[in-house]
Design a protein around this ligand. Sequence first.
Ligand code: PEP
Length: 251
Amino acid sequence: MRKNIVAGNWKMNTTLAEGVGLAKDVNEALKNAADVKCDVVICVPFTHLASVAAVIDEKLGLGAENCADHVKGAYTGEVSAPMVASTGAKYVILGHSERRQYYGETSEILKEKVNLALAENLTPIFCIGEVLEERENGSFLDVVTKQIQEALFDLSAEDFGKLILAYEPVWAIGTGKTATAEQAQEMHAHIRGVIAEKYGKEVADNCSILYGGSCKPSNAKELFAKADVDGGLIGGAALDAASFMGIVTAF
Ligand code: PEP
């Protein structure tokens, strides 16, 4: 079933002590918040997963920010999907534009990662989105269509139904420049159409599609009010419990 979701992406921020403190703050705020109308997830550095899992309640979901494209073995420095799952995490961000841009993650690699995550019952939060040049030259709908087709369309309908998608225009990530609610809605409706064409209307209607890119308490309400925007993937504003909760309570 399609759900409203707000997920934090801490990226490479916080020491272990700071991260555990932030997780406790978010957990406490969520516990005390009246009438929360969305699922809430924090995606944290690998080093923090087990410690954070130990201090949060069931109500707050936990995820990793990446996993390896191999299940085990001689891949020094990598962290596999089974390792992530063994910490108690239930989600994993895959295909973030920073991974694509700085670590050369291609659709082929991401296909493997998605399969390995699903095999561990981890829910991938799969990121797609165009760069500024593609927004400006008008190819953005095609670019995102291709990202989805290449990495995800080998999945069965059943497995596709386990994914969360996050539309993150790269030009809006960490720049303070948010897509307008209309730009987000246009893309989210387009994505739902692409899914419907491949897997049918029911799978498309049930897919949660999050928006990411300089989302903050001041603009979340307008973005989340759009018919096809089912929540947010939040970077910078997830590093402060009050800001993050300001977005959570925008629903
Ligand atoms: C992100 O990196 O997933 C993100 C949305 O970052 P920010 O909110 O800081 O733009």
